[in-house]
Design a protein around this ligand. Structure first.
Ligand code: SAM
Ligand code: SF4
Length: 317
């Protein structure tokens, strides 16, 4: 389906839970999420119904995210059913990786083709600090499990944070020399409820190219990352300039939150509820959400926070 600005919208990001086993400072408030009644959240059947509605309207790519999707008890069943929806060509999962040692093989067997593992640092103390208590070793075991499970592609997502990990751009980027992974550097976004980072934390992706002058530009792959490759690397380095140079013109996404709200734009408070609706009404809400996609979101900076109205774990980053 095309939106009002001619963009083809074919990518649904489905957040399956707001809860998480980490508390990353840029994503979640320290106290975590306030408990919601189960009746407020989408059921598995409603999530699959939404995927069917989207696929019927031409969506082809589905990413399961959260909160942390792998803490959902029914995650394998959800993935299996979502992968089987007619029209869905590519099912991906974004995870912090902690539960991949137990779940990677099951996810692959359920039809997940690609996995993104979030990892902002390779230093155990820094990892524990930024995630408010997580164990780096567990995340690295998760990454290894993903690499052994036979996914078509494994990516590492690293949020670039000045004063925190710019001294690790080299080590993170060089993961592409040691493993068949793509590394995506994502600019820190000033999200609602996402911590009080100072001006210096908002590091533009250009810092990655300064660190890797030998990186060669690669052809685009239809996504929002600008791609580069180090000589002899097994994977690419991607730059997602979410703040310094937004990519709204390339946006092909709609998000569905775990409490059943379609969000046409990550940084807008506009939402279209689908909880409890009949299938034809769900389709209609998808149509409305696509038509309502703004041309562009407002400028973001350390002073101008996202107008999303929700913290990232409640949207599905
Ligand atoms: N829990 C899973 C994970 O961490 O991969 C999936 C959900 S998380 C919200 C999805 C992605 O959003 C992660 O890669 C995370 O680093 C990113 N993210 C969260 N808050 C962000 C922010 N303020 N700026 C940029 N990226 C952010
Ligand atoms: Fe959890 Fe992912 Fe948010 Fe970190 S970024 S708190 S792992 S949802």
């Amino acid at each position: 389906m095309r939106d009002g600005y001619g963009r083809e919208i074919r990518y649904l990001r489905l957040s399956v839970t707001e809860r998480c086993n980490l508390r990353c400072r840029y994503c979640m408030p320290p106290e975590g999420v306030c408990k919601k009644r189960r009746e407020e959240m989408l059921t598995e059947d409603e999530m699959i119904g939404a995927v069917e509605a989207a696929a019927g309207l031409g969506f082809r790519k589905l990413r399961i995210t959260g909160g942390e999707p792998l803490i959902k008890k029914n995650i394998l069943s959800l993935c299996r059913r979502a992968a089987a929806v007619k029209g869905i060509e590519e099912l991906c999962v974004t995870t912090n990786g902690l539960l991949l040692p137990e779940l990677a093989a099951g996810l692959r067997a359920a039809g997940v083709r690609r996995v993104n593992v979030s990892l902002d640092t390779l230093d155990p103390d820094k990892y524990a600090f930024m995630t408010r208590g997580g164990a780096l070793e567990q995340a690295l075991r998760g990454l290894e499990a993903a690499l052994s499970a036979g996914f078509e592609r494994v990516k590492v997502n690293a949020v670039l944070i000045g004063g925190f990990n710019e001294d690790e751009i080299g080590a993170l980027g060089e993961l592409t020399l040691r493993y068949p992974v793509d590394v995506r550097f994502i600019e820190l976004m000033p999200m609602y409820g996402g911590g009080d980072f100072g001006r210096e934390a908002y590091l533009p992706c250009g810092a990655v190219l300064e660190r890797f002058p030998q990186a060669r530009a690669q052809p685009e792959d239809g996504g929002v990352a600008r791609l580069y490759r180090l000589p002899e690397a097994m994977g690419s380095i991607g730059l997602i300039s979410a703040v310094s140079a937004h990519f709204c013109g390339l946006c092909s996404r709609i998000r569905l939150t775990a409490d059943g709200k379609l969000k046409p734009c990550l940084h807008s408070g506009e939402e279209f509820p689908i909880k409890g609706l009949e299938p034809e009404e769900v389709r209609e809400q998808f149509r409305r959400a696509v038509v309502a996609k703004p041309r562009c979101h407002e400028e973001l900076s350390f002073r101008r926070r996202s107008r999303a109205g929700r913290s990232m774990n409640r949207i599905g980053g």
